[in-house]
Design a protein around this ligand. Structure first.
Ligand code: GUN
Length: 301
């Protein structure tokens, strides 16, 4: 069997075309969606990711606020920046690029972002929402993977899903989302013994380990759907995922390429969450306006 390709670039493009109408509708109401992206330090990979996010904003009619802070910025200053953005009505989404320099406590910073602007979905409130199946902002990478899976027409309910990698950004939220859709989910991680014993049972294999060539054909069930979240730069500069694409595509039914699979979807779902946040803010403002209008009537009555 040769796998069909799950084209993240094409899906991403279709979704972004659909954003246009929502941005226009918000503009009619006097709202331009705004996303603040904070980068502390100058990690080269983070700089590229942040650049991609800002570029996607421009492309989609979202106003971006790019805040670059020096690597030695004290935590208190980062928290003050977040407090200012929380209070700014032009900002509907706030994202702080991870990883942070070691003197900054990531949880303190993530918890400081207003839950109403947490478009990364990393605040404990949003993580808790994911656990009970009621999240406001699904984390962008797993959200994108879910939409990519939908394009295959597969109902995940009852399927064996194996997630390789247990990060807070991808593996854990991914597992929770698919559990919510009634898949049978296994999470494997760096301490898992005999990884292949688990992966070979997967109807859907999602790999987010950050290790090039981790998944080889012998570890994949014939006809499985394989989603490769890995983005690794080889010494020769080539970008590859965690899956031996050329080998595994001969066994899988569907497979994502790297690049052009999950990567473009992550940024697109960030824009989706930012639009959703702007739409929520508008609804809340309209509800407030309604109450302000109604209150004098009640008082007078
Ligand atoms: N670093 C790697 N992936 C992500 C992401 O999705 N969001 C943030 N904020 N930082 C990241």
């Amino acid at each position: 069997m040769t796998a069909q390709i799950i084209d993240g670039k094409a899906l991403s493009k279709r979704l972004r075309e659909g954003f246009r109408e929502r941005v226009d509708h918000l503009a009619d109401q006097g709202v331009q969606p705004g996303l603040a992206v904070i980068l502390v330090g100058d990690n080269p990979a983070s700089r590229v990711y942040v650049g991609n996010k800002v570029k996607a904003c421009e492309e989609c009619g979202v106003r971006s606020f790019h805040i670059a802070l020096p690597v030695d910025t004290p935590q208190a200053e980062v928290l003050a920046t977040i407090a200012r953005l929380n209070a700014d009505p032009a900002v509907h989404g706030i994202l702080i690029q991870l990883p942070l320099p070691p003197h900054i406590e990531p949880r303190a910073v993530l918890e400081a972002i207003s839950v109403h602007k947490d478009v990364d979905g990393f605040h404990l409130y949003n993580v808790g929402g994911l656990v009970v199946g009621n999240t406001i902002f699904p984390p962008c990478t797993p959200y994108g993977v879910q939409l990519l899976l939908d394009t295959t027409g597969t109902d995940v309910a009852g399927k064996n899903v194996v997630v390789v990698g247990a990060s807070n950004i991808v593996g854990k939220p991914m597992a929770l989302m698919l559990l919510q859709r009634e898949a049978t989910v296994t999470i494997c991680h760096a301490r898992t013994r005999d990884l292949a014993q688990h992966t070979i049972l997967a109807d859907i294999l999602i790999v987010a380990a950050g290790k090039p060539g981790l998944i080889v054909p012998q570890m994949v069930k014939e006809g499985a759907i394989v989603i490769d979240v890995g983005i690794n730069r080889l010494p020769d500069g080539k970008i590859v995922g965690d899956v031996d694409f050329d080998g595994v595509k001969e066994k899988a039914s569907w497979i994502t390429p790297v690049p052009g699979g999950v990567g473009p979807m992550t940024v697109t779902m960030l824009i989706e969450n930012t639009l959703r946040s702007a739409e929520r803010a508008l609804r809340m403002r309209q509800a407030d306006d309604f109450q302000e209008w109604e209150a004098p009537t009640l008082k007078n009555g």
